[in-house]
Design a binder for this molecule. Structure first.
Ligand code: TRP
Length: 330
């Protein structure tokens, strides 16, 4: 049995890129009986970028309800909130003391901020808080605390898993072999999702389609998809952004039919209507569940609370081994 663990950072409303790129594949993995899955809301990681209390509350709630609405089964997955696991933050501090500062200087997210500042002629650490700087250490704690074997993540997170492994090795070599060495699990079939403008779908580009917006919001997003200026009657490029998004929702036969229409000159306006239909039909049953959880949030709280209780059984054991290894506990 392999332990699979991943964290979801609540820094915005869940969008369809999150759904097809992370939520759906993670839920699929949880159906494999060889995997013991721990999925959590990395709310304390989101703290490094969120600006207000309201954002923190709204996005955490959205993400929790979204995962349940998309089919996460709390009987199959230990589903919890990072901030409920006090052991994580104690481990974080201990790990700080085996982590070379240079390792953090090389972390991509921090380096990107430094480079941006340099280009703009600002101080290198302008706008960098210690949460961002130490981010990879807390992430290592998230992972190592649960004897994780595999971490399903996107390519952008690969370095963080390597760092977690490095930190585990530093600790294991300095004290004793307490930590399991985690590996990244990058699912090949999960493609990069394109956004409304054809670039990668990402909150930072403002080109996302909200997963659980209203029908009207969905329609509005679809209307914003960038197309070329071909007129109705002219054959359309099947490799266009609109068709790439259509493909996410379509069965093979639906896709074949739509390809034919596009090649046959379907106008962009009609194509957008068809995309709305198929996307809305796909999302609708999940949206109903989402609305249910949003208005019965006490049920979600209970699920997260029970998840944290289960998770802390493992966390307490590992943290106790760590505390013994460093000499703080007999
Ligand atoms: N850094 C991850 C992201 O931005 C979120 C995360 C936090 C995470 N802790 C984790 C992912 C532990 C996997 C394992 O997507």
């Amino acid at each position: 049995m392999k332990r699979i663990l991943t964290g979801i950072k609540p820094t915005g409303y869940a969008h369809i890129g999150n759904y097809f790129g992370a939520i759906r594949p993670a839920i699929e993995l949880s159906k494999n009986p060889d995997f013991d899955c721990y999925y959590f809301i990395a709310d304390y990681h989101a703290l490094t970028t969120l600006k207000t209390k309201e954002e923190f509350e709204v996005y955490s709630k959205n993400i929790a309800c979204a995962w349940l609405a998309c089919g996460l089964d709390p009987n199959k997955v230990v589903f919890y909130r990072q901030s409920d696991i006090k052991e994580d933050f104690e481990l974080n501090w201990i790990l700080c003391n085996v982590t070379p500062k240079g390792l953090m200087n090389r972390a991509h997210a921090y380096k990107a901020c430094v480079e941006k500042n340099q280009e703009a002629g600002f101080d290198v650490d302008n706008n960098v808080n210690m949460g961002l700087y130490n981010y990879p250490i807390l992430m290592a704690a998230d992972i190592l605390l649960f004897e994780t074997n595999l971490v399903p993540v996107g390519l952008d997170q690969k370095q963080h898993i390597e760092i977690a492994r490095d930190i585990a090795n530093y600790f294991n070599n300095k004290y004793k072999k307490v930590f399991v060495l985690p590996e990244e699990y990058i699912q090949k079939e999960v493609q990069t999702l394109v956004g409304l403008d054809g670039r990668k779908m990402s909150k930072s580009y403002g080109n996302t389609i909200k997963l659980f917006g209203t029908e009207k919001e969905l329609q509005k997003s679809i209307n914003r998809i960038v197309t070329d200026s071909k007129l109705p009657g002219e054959p359309k490029d099947l490799d266009c952004t609109l068709n790439k998004i259509y493909k996410l929702f379509a069965t093979e036969s639906q896709q074949a039919e739509f390809d034919k229409k596009l090649a046959g000159g379907l106008g962009w306006g009609d194509a957008k209507k068809e995309l709305f239909e198929i996307a809305n039909n796909y999302i609708k049953p999940m949206r109903e569940k989402y609305d249910y959880y949003m208005s019965h949030f006490e049920e979600v709280e209970k699920i997260l609370h029970d998840g944290a209780e289960k998770a802390r059984v493992v966390a307490r054991k590992v943290l106790s081994d760590v505390r013994k290894a460093i000499g703080v506990e007999k």
